[in-house]
Design a protein around this ligand. Structure first.
Ligand code: ADP
Length: 669
């Protein structure tokens, strides 16, 4: 198991969509119920408030009705008292004065009384205070008074008249109280009430702050009204106004006092909070949906990443800025043989550092932490848990987190042991191949060598014969002998060089690059190939500019050139003698020197072009087929290129140009 730096644990299995939507139903239901409960609570509160106000209204109305009744009864009693005083004696000036005195006092204390009158038994006015112009007998008021007078006389008790409107909203009503002496009607006391003054004098201020009080008759005509407030009433209450009766009713209308700001604020706050809760739930729902989607994406990402990690053959290892391991992938665990739990949180020195390479590993570790790790990667020898060593190629890169912060280092580690082993094997094989090739070439060279050596030896022998002949004549000078002896020496040196080259060629040695004059290489090769070419009637043509010094292994480059020249000779075996021409040209550019060997031979068929450089590919009956393969290796070792192309000037149209390039490097000291 690998340890992951961020999602450290696998995610729990996902709840199904249906389960999630079921889970979402509960908070939705709870919020709906909460809002319902709040609305019901507000409604109940308002209802109880209304009922309470109605109860208070009823109580206040009863109180008002009672206080008005007491007031009117009190008037009747006082009037009764006055009537009994007036009935004691026959009408006299003293009694008139008494009436005036009482009446003035009465009126003074009761502003609701408009008039107080004393009538005789025939309803004629004796005294009326305050004095006023008597109404005509036919006026409705006079008629009302007259009717009430009759009723009071007949009933023998106090009677209220029907109400009437003196002016709009100024209703009036009479009270008539008969005066009897010895059971004989001797007169009548009359009070005229101003109903609106009655209301304003009897209703306390606080009552009118809350209610509108009206006196209405049978037809709901308003006779008097008192209020300080305006607006539409929410509740009203009608109660009979008796006394005076006569269909009069008290109408009390309630005006809802404006709710206190605190209460309003509370109501608004509750509603806003409920809305807020609902909105929050909606948001939470959205967030939950989002997080579910994100979770699913994360899960897919996690699965993808795990699959990727498990399929990786490259070891991955992450370290924090202190160099502690924070993550390793399964491939790294497999490579080192340690489990993730053994590696994660491990500080240097790491368990996979080989003890003999400890210093190197530690130095590289510090280099990486300093951010100086080579971009092209570096190689280290690591140790598996079973102490087996392996070669690792490590690439380090910065570990950047989601916020763009540099949090550590991520390394990809390749086990290159096998690759190195294969490379080493290939190198050894190549070396072996070269050696074998040299041996093979040696065989081929043997006959050439015999012929080659034959020439200087034959020359030496003939020069020697010439010298001996000269010596036998006795008539000779030393000066005549010198050039011949020098020629013998030259031929001997040439023979020696031929033998040395063969020796060098056969001797197995590492390529040794050294500054060499290109001209010497070319001259040597031409000298070597010329006899063979002569034998085959092949002309050799050279186009050579001023030649530079090159930094090469001379022997190897000579081998390449010789191989190309010899292939050229072989290719022209069937070319008519006059056309047999081997060309060697050199082309110089500022960066490189190109040597081209051209022939007018059989050419290279397209189908074998790809196989030319394959070892052991040959079209010759005695060929080995490794020449070109070795040539390419040698040239690539020198960081040059080798390629073949059609000879553009070949008369048969099938000749070949083989070119190899060598870079012109500054010659080291
Ligand atoms: P060998 O010469 O032993 O065959 P080489 O590797 O030198 O091995 O050459 C491989 C093959 O390439 C030759 O057998 C030949 O068919 C072809 N070849 C090489 N040089 C030439 C050339 N100049 N013209 C035509 N074919 C050539």
């Amino acid at each position: 198991m690998s340890a992951l730096p961020h999602p450290a644990h696998p995610l729990d299995p996902p709840p199904s969509k249906r389960r999630l939507s079921w889970l979402l139903v509960f908070p939705k239901l709870a919020v709906a119920l909460l809002i319902l409960a709040l609305i019901t609570l507000l409604w109940l509160l308002q209802k109880s408030d209304r009922e309470e106000r109605h109860n208070i209204l009823v109580k206040d109305v009863l109180w008002l009705e009672q206080s008005l009744r007491f007031h009117l009864q009190n008037h009747r009693e006082q009037l009764q008292q006055l009537a009994s005083e007036l009935s004691e004696e026959p009408r006299s000036s003293e009694q008139t004065s008494l009436f005036r005195l009482r009446a003035a006092h009465f009126l003074k204390n009761n502003p609701d009384i408009a008039r107080l009158g004393w009538l005789d038994a025939t309803a004629e006015n004796i005294i009326t205070l305050p004095a006023h112009r008597p109404q005509s007998a036919n006026s409705p008021q006079a008629q009302l008074l007259h009717d009430s007078f009759d009723i009071a006389r007949r009933l023998g008790k106090a009677v209220y008249s029907l109400p009437y409107l003196n002016a709009p909203l100024e209703g009036q009503i009479h009270l008539l109280l008969p005066i009897y002496r010895h059971d004989q009607l001797i007169g009548m006391l009359q009070i005229t009430y101003r109903l609106n003054v009655l209301l304003s004098s009897q209703i306390p201020w606080w009552f009118t702050e809350k209610y509108k009080v009206e006196i209405v008759d049978d037809n709901d005509q308003v006779l008097a009204s008192k209020t300080h407030i305006e607006g539409t009433s929410s509740d009203s209450y009608l109660i009979p106004f008796d006394p005076p009766g006569q269909g009069l009713r008290l109408k009390i209308s309630d005006y809802p006092s404006t709710q206190s700001p605190l209460q309003n604020m509370l109501t608004v706050a509750i509603l806003l909070l409920a809305l807020g809760v609902f909105a929050s739930l909606w948001l939470v729902r959205g967030l939950m949906k989002k997080s579910t989607r994100a979770e699913a994406a994360l899960r897919a990402e996690h699965a993808f990443r795990t699959a990727m990690e498990n399929s990786l053959t490259v070891g991955m290892r992450a370290r924090d800025l202190e160099g502690r391991i924070i993550y390793v992938n399964p491939a790294f665990c497999k490579m080192t043989g340690f489990s993730a739990s053994e590696l994660v949180n491990h500080d240097p020195p790491m368990p996979y550092w080989a003890p003999e390479h400890m210093d190197e590993a530690r130095a590289m570790h510090q280099t990486v932490l300093a951010g100086l790790a080579p971009e092209e990667g570096f190689e280290l020898t690591f140790m598996r848990k079973n102490r087996e060593r392996f070669e690792a190629l490590v690439y380090e890169a910065k570990l950047i987190d989601g916020n763009g912060r540099h949090t550590g280092w991520m390394a990809s580690v390749l086990d290159i042991t096998e690759r190195k082993r294969a490379e080493e094997l290939a190198r050894q094989q190549q070396e072996q191949l070269q050696f074998t090739a040299r041996l093979v070439t040696l065989g081929e060279m043997a006959s050439t060598l015999a012929h080659e050596l034959n020439q200087p030896l034959a020359a030496i022998a003939s020069y020697n014969t010439g010298c001996l002949n000269l010596l036998s004549t006795e008539n000779f000078s030393c000066a005549e002998l010198r050039p011949t002896l020098e020629k013998i020496a030259t031929q001997a040196q040439r023979a020696g060089r031929i033998i040395r080259r063969v020796h060098d060629f056969v001797r197995r040695s590492e390529p040794k690059r050294a500054p060499c004059k290109l001209r010497d290489i070319i001259d040597d090769c031409l000298a070597f190939i010329e006899p063979e070419a002569r034998k085959r009637q092949i002309r050799i043509e050279t186009i050579l500019p001023a030649l530079p010094t090159v930094f090469v292994d001379r022997l190897l480059i000579e081998q390449v050139l010789l191989n190309l020249l010899r292939n050229g000779l072989d290719a022209m075996a069937d070319t008519p003698a006059p056309h047999r021409l081997l060309q060697l040209s050199v082309h110089l550019t500022p960066q490189e020197v190109r040597l081209t060997v051209g022939d007018y031979g059989c050419g290279i068929p397209a189908e074998i072009e790809d196989k030319l450089y394959t070892a052991f590919f040959t079209t010759k009956s005695e060929g080995m087929g490794i020449g070109l393969s070795i040539c390419r290796s040698i040239i690539e070792f020198h960081r040059g290129r080798l390629w073949a192309e059609k000879h553009p000037d070949s008369p048969s149209g099938s000749g070949t140009l083989f070119t190899f390039s060598l870079p012109l490097e500054p010659t080291p000291e």
